[in-house]
Design a protein. Structure first.
Length: 444
């Protein structure tokens, strides 16, 4: 095996991994999972936050061709091993990143701790395939980010790819495999129990309170035994409030705390990734990209406008879901100014309309082309996104409406409520008006 492929599992990491294995029986069963009170509280807080920043950033960013470049170009492991020596993000500033998320009105960040290339963007003792050991930067950006998130009051989730295109023990290979020079054998159980659980232990031990782990890549081996219940139990043991968010595109399993939908609203599958099943028990999330790419792609200028992004957020909230909006920073640590201006614009919109988004749940009226509803306490927020006529007819609302007014400015709105439905009288759409929010006060 070439030297670069040798994984240096230290005694220390093994001790941590085995300590957890001693406490968590291998046969931990799905039925054993009862979310702790801290976990239930974290789920509610998660739903209240509504809007998060997704960040795909790794050594692949150097090539400016997305996070799948290793696979897309069918590089060998030896070739890909050259990449970390070019990754030196001297402009990375955790304070600026977190401040941007805040300016955008985002309440949490979910960042790739490692993507499918298996390269740890943190100081891992489990393997030297990590940013501190292999790059000229030699520092741990996730530690800086975690400290800054704690300082600025932003929750931090770690994305973790279960799929690994680099580690020989990721064997048998999955459906995305190609011949990249790894040996034709490996120990998948060791990969899961020592390597992956060892790194998860590091992430949930060395970075303070972590809001959760966002898993991705299980779809690469849909029939594999991923030791999920053991890994989930480890996470909940280390940090009971940490939420497990699996992007496996399947019906949620016990131990999972949030159901996430990729590039779609809950229940939709226009992008071809998701199950149409929508959980009514756990919080929901929809993830999407600000342009078309996850990791930095120099050829992608397909930026969504602030109005499009605001509508995505509104539609997510109206579908009882969070929106996790992705950016792919440059390899030098800077964030594309096109991302920055758009995020700031969304933040300005939220500064005015946030009351109808944060802390809400999906409203009583089913979403439609016309718009969506959200609700909080004794208020129903009617988000009008398409103005077809001056009268908006909604299906019946069970509670008695006592008043209707515009969220912005407080102007009273004519409302008629009968057993057949609710009719709102609306002025025509204003220039550049994205969302007309009518607040219905109801008896609850
Ligand atoms: O393959 C990944 C992809 O690179 C990206 O990380 C997205 C984010 O949801 N998830 C995977 C595809 O399901």
């Amino acid at each position: 095996m070439p030297k670069t492929q040798q994984f240096t599992i230290t005694k220390c990491a093994l001790a941590v991994a085995f300590a957890s294995l001693c406490i968590i029986p291998a046969n931990v069963s799905a039925q054993d999972y009862q979310p702790s009170p801290e976990n239930m509280q974290a789920r509610r807080e998660y739903q209240d936050m509504k809007f998060g920043m997704f960040i795909h950033w790794g050594v692949y960013s150097v090539l400016g061709d997305g996070e799948w470049v290793f696979h897309e170009r069918h590089l060998t492991v030896d070739e890909y091993n050259r990449l970390p020596s070019f990754f030196d993000p001297e402009k990375f500033d955790a304070r600026t990143w977190v401040a941007l998320a805040k300016a955008a009105g985002m309440k949490y960040i979910t960042i790739t701790s490692r993507h499918h290339d298996g390269f740890a963007m943190f100081d891992s003792k489990v393997s030297d395939w990590n940013i501190v050991a292999r790059t000229p930067y030699k520092k741990d950006p996730l530690k800086m980010l975690a400290d800054e998130c704690h300082r600025q009051g932003i929750k931090l989730f770690f994305y973790y790819s279960q799929l690994d295109w680099h580690n020989p023990d990721y064997f048998p290979r999955g459906q995305t495999s190609w011949n990249n020079g790894r040996p034709d054998h490996g120990d998948f159980n060791s990969y899961l129990d020592n390597y992956m659980d060892g790194q998860l232990t590091e992430l949930l031990t060395n970075y303070g309170a972590i809001a959760g782990i966002w898993f991705d890549g299980m779809w690469d081996k849909p029939d594999g035994d991923w030791h999920l219940q053991k890994t989930y139990a480890l996470i909940h043991k280390l940090q009971p409030a940490a939420l497990i968010i699996p992007n496996h595109h399947q019906t949620p399993r016990p131990g999972e705390d949030v159901q996430t939908f990729e590039r779609d609203l809950p229940g939709q599958n226009t992008a071809g990734f998701n199950t149409k099943y929508v959980s009514s028990d756990i919080p929901l999330e929809s993830s999407d990209t600000l342009n078309g790419a996850w990791g930095f792609n120099i050829g992608d200028s397909n930026y969504k406008s602030p109005a499009e992004l605001e509508r995505k957020l509104i539609r997510a909230a109206g579908n009882n879901s969070n929106l996790l909006l992705n950016i792919g920073p440059y390899p030098n640590g800077e964030i594309d100014p096109q991302f920055v201006t758009r995020l700031q614009a969304v933040g300005e919109w939220l500064a005015k309309y946030g009351d109808s988004i944060y802390g809400t749940r999906g409203g009583p009226v089913p979403p439609g082309d016309w718009g969506v509803t959200t609700q909080k306490d004794n208020r129903i927020y009617v988000h009008v996104l398409n103005w077809g006529s001056p009268l908006l007819a909604l299906p019946p609302i069970a509670e008695k409406i006592s008043s209707a007014h515009l969220l912005l400015g407080g102007e009273s709105i004519d409302v008629t409520q009968t057993a057949d439905g609710v009719i709102l009288k609306l002025r025509a759409q204003g220039k550049d008006e994205v969302d007309r929010v009518v607040v219905l006060t109801v008896a609850r």
